[in-house]
Write a protein that binds this ligand. Sequence first.
Ligand SMILES: Nc1ncnc2c1ncn2[C@@H]1O[C@H](COP(=O)(O)OP(=O)(O)OP(=O)(O)O)[C@@H](O)[C@H]1O
Length: 719
Amino acid sequence: MDSTQRPSASLFDVFLRLRPSPNQSAERFLDVEINEQDAPTHITIKPPSNDHRKRAVEKFAFTRVFEEDAAQIDLFKGIGVIPLIEGVVGPGSRSGRDGLLATLGVTGSGKSHTILGSKSQRGLTQMSLDVLFKSIDHQIIDPTFTPIVFPSIAASDVSEAQILPASIFLDSLYGDGQSERGYNSRAQTPMPVCSSLFKTTPTRSRSQHHTTCIIIKIPNSYNLYPRLSNNMYARSSISSTASTIRPVTTLDSTYISKKGVRTNSSSKDASSFISTAPRSNRIPRPSTLPQTPSVNDVEIEVDSDTEYAIVISMFEVYNDRIFDLLTQSATSGRFNAQKRRALLFKSTEHSPDRKVVAGLRKVICGSFEEALMVLETGLTERRVAGTGSNAVSSRSHGFFNVEVKKRRHNSNDTWSTSTLTIVDLAGSERARNAKTAGATLAEAGKINESLMYLGQCMQMQSDAQDSTKQTIVPYRQCKLTELLFSNSFPSHHHRPRDPQKAIMIVTADPIGDFNATSQILRYSALAREVTVPRIPSYTSTILSPSNLPRTGRVSPSAAEDLDAEILRLAEQLEIAHLRLREEESRRRAAEASWRASESRLEGLEAAVREECFAEMDARLETERRRWQGAWAEETDRNEEHIDAKIELLSRVKDQDEVVVYEDREEVGERARELEVENERLRERVGLLERERVNGGSPVKRMRVLKARKWEVDMGGESP
Ligand SMILES: Nc1ncnc2c1ncn2[C@@H]1O[C@H](COP(=O)(O)OP(=O)(O)OP(=O)(O)O)[C@@H](O)[C@H]1O
């Protein structure tokens, strides 16, 4: 069992992180196999001693195992997050490659701690953002300072999103004068001092490009904050001429979102979401968030001739439905799932080859602080409810998307986009342990179901190791697996793209729930092995009649042997159970992929039918036209024939008498005359024919041409 022998096309690098336990004396069911030369990659699990039914020892292989003493920074540097960010940024002038970083584990095992950090420690998300912003600091384009770029950034979005700069987004939620001053100082557009309505003011972006934006004085009756009003008008000016600029209340989705595409939320005008936004004290303050571990020593390669824009969006998958985390008034502290509108994961007009979450609100962040505030805002919105297993348990799968847009410096090129997606999965749990009830129990059911599907998909990865067969990953079974895997395979569309690079961190508590943990390890590990301690079989000897005393009682030594045999049989039974469960999960996966293939076949059949019908229709039409042409030709010929007959008859009728020649010479003379006459008439017919073709009625001309064309099509010679 070697974790390094993974298939080259493996979907995830899988790392295991063990959670430290405050209770050092508790019995561990999980042990790490120490590797003298290298970092550990294997663990074994043994059922706890109080569980008498099971004795099988299972061994699992991971890309790397991080023990309890591993710090956040060890994870950050040890699992390949830095290459992942580099990939997304796209070193040099290369375009980026999407990256996915996710955590998986039993509830309370440390997923959120790893990915989002704690009160004192940053998580992988914050460290990734820090490295990203630090690396592109001087090349980042912020529409607050460079409003002219806003339309091009918005136009590069393919997901019918509602895009807005962070300053507007944050002000709309927290704009009661309590925003972080550090943040405000960046967004402070000069107050209008002009007496006229419009004034052009040169502004300077962080990257030192001179731009001009229009500052407009807004009447206070709009109940907006002056700074916000100015910002918004500055943005309005991008797409409007002075004469068409409308009051702030009419700033609408046609400006904010991509051309003409309106989402539910974006159909509200800006003032409505601003004026209804609650004014809360709970504004996230970057300065109070943890500053450690520091990633100042981490550098990634960026192209100096490139400018970047960072667009952040967040959503959660709750009960198999997708909800935007940046649309609700996060600071309200209340949550009303009824009011939230689920979003679709679908192909859009601008993204026909790839499904995207359509209609999200996306925020352009010009700085690390802004990104942190947006992240905190989304996290507040995320559904969090206390359960028996974990006091602050994630009840949904949270997705944090960082889109890195890049284009040549100072150019009008379109932006290319790569996305780093960070996922904090909800934890699996046993309802019995979690003591959940009602809606929370139903949530747990959905969470476990989606994780089961995820498990099936991941198991394909370890199965692919043993077989040379191409495995089909049944990822279309639920939203979660669709979102995680739909980008995992190479695109054969006209715009080929690399599959995403993905990292999965499995978190486990070595003294936690054995059953739940072992289940997750089984499907997430890159390889697995089951062993049972061998006990010789005494059954035949013990139970042989010669060994049984005549009294019918079993001697103490025979009883011990019997116990051992029962134990051995119980272990074999346990292994059989394990294998059965595995087979069942394989069967489910096979059924799912069978269903997926069936639906694909149905699609193919429909497409082929469609094609056949279209071809048949086209042929019928050609045949009909050909027949029509032939019919018209025939009619013309008949008409001519009848005309000729009539002419002949009328000529005969014009002759008063019929002359009978008896002299042979006279007959010959007359025959020659008739031949000459005949020749003359032929010439005349030819002349008339040509006239008819050149100067006849257009309809007749068409008929003749069609008939000739048909003769040519049918292999005849053109005249
Ligand atoms: N490596 C660690 N070091 C220190 N504390 C940790 C570690 N991992 C987890 N914890 C602590 O354990 C508790 C539970 O962790 P966390 O909330 O991250 O679990 P979770 O897996 O995200 O749970 P859920 O799925 O229910 O959201 C938290 O108080 C967290 O601080």
